[in-house]
Design a protein around this ligand. Structure first.
Ligand SMILES: Cc1cc2nc3c(=O)[nH]c(=O)nc-3n(C[C@H](O)[C@H](O)[C@H](O)COP(=O)(O)O)c2cc1C
Length: 182
């Protein structure tokens, strides 16, 4: 199968996650086409058998380019087996209410844009304290402290559970292989 792995990123972690998914797809014997939706002049590959869309949450929202991408290609995406992978910090929160709130992020796409992916996966992103400017570092440290997350700002923290992501990808590929494209 040819699997489109489309993503948007602000700080780079979702690109890393999308690349990891792409590598996993290829390891399973399929072809992955990686697409940064904010890149210049992209086109959809001619033939696709499934799509995995990956987007991070910043200040409670997906990047505008990701939302526009879904709005522009909704009909094409809807015709394929599909998954939405949401990258956030809240999903790793020790506070159950925040975790539950993180599970509602995809509504911005399902209710907001009207695309209904078959599968949803949530993955924790990264705290890149070393790379943030002073204000971002202060803000993210406050958020992390309220969620019981890492607060040592002298280093970056990657919270992504790669194993769980791999299991998700394997399950999705099984589903896609069994699902005829419209
Ligand atoms: C300025 C900023 C705002 C963020 N806002 C949220 C948020 O509202 N909710 C959340 O769960 N995570 C939030 N995060 C965490 C990001 O989702 C996480 O760092 C993710 O790894 C970013 O992905 P990216 O590197 O692909 O942009 C925020 C991160 C930054 C830097």
């Amino acid at each position: 199968m040819i699997i489109l792995v489309a993503y948007a990123t602000v700080e780079g972690q979702t690109r890393k996650i999308a690349s990891h998914i792409g590598a996993q797809v290829e390891k399973e014997g399929h072809q992955a086409v990686l697409l940064d939706v904010a890149g210049p002049g992209f086109g959809l590959p001619g033939r696709m058998d499934a799509v995995i869309l990956c987007g991070p949450i910043h200040i409670g929202r997906y990047p505008a380019q990701l939302v526009s991408f879904v709005a522009n290609w909704k009909a094409e995406l809807q015709a394929l087996p599909s998954a939405l992978v949401t990258v956030s910090l809240a999903i790793a929160s020790k506070n159950k209410e925040e975790q539950e709130e993180a599970r509602t992020f995809p509504r911005q796409i399902t209710a907001g844009v009207g695309w209904q992916p078959d599968y949803f996966h949530h993955v924790a992103g990264a705290l890149k304290y070393v790379e943030y400017d002073f204000f971002k570092r202060w803000m993210l440290r406050r958020i992390a402290a309220s969620e019981g997350g890492p607060v040592d700002t002298s280093k970056d923290h990657e919270l992504t559970d790669w194993l769980s992501l791999d299991k998700f990808v394997a399950g999705f590929l099984d589903f896609a292989a069994r699902t005829p494209v419209d």
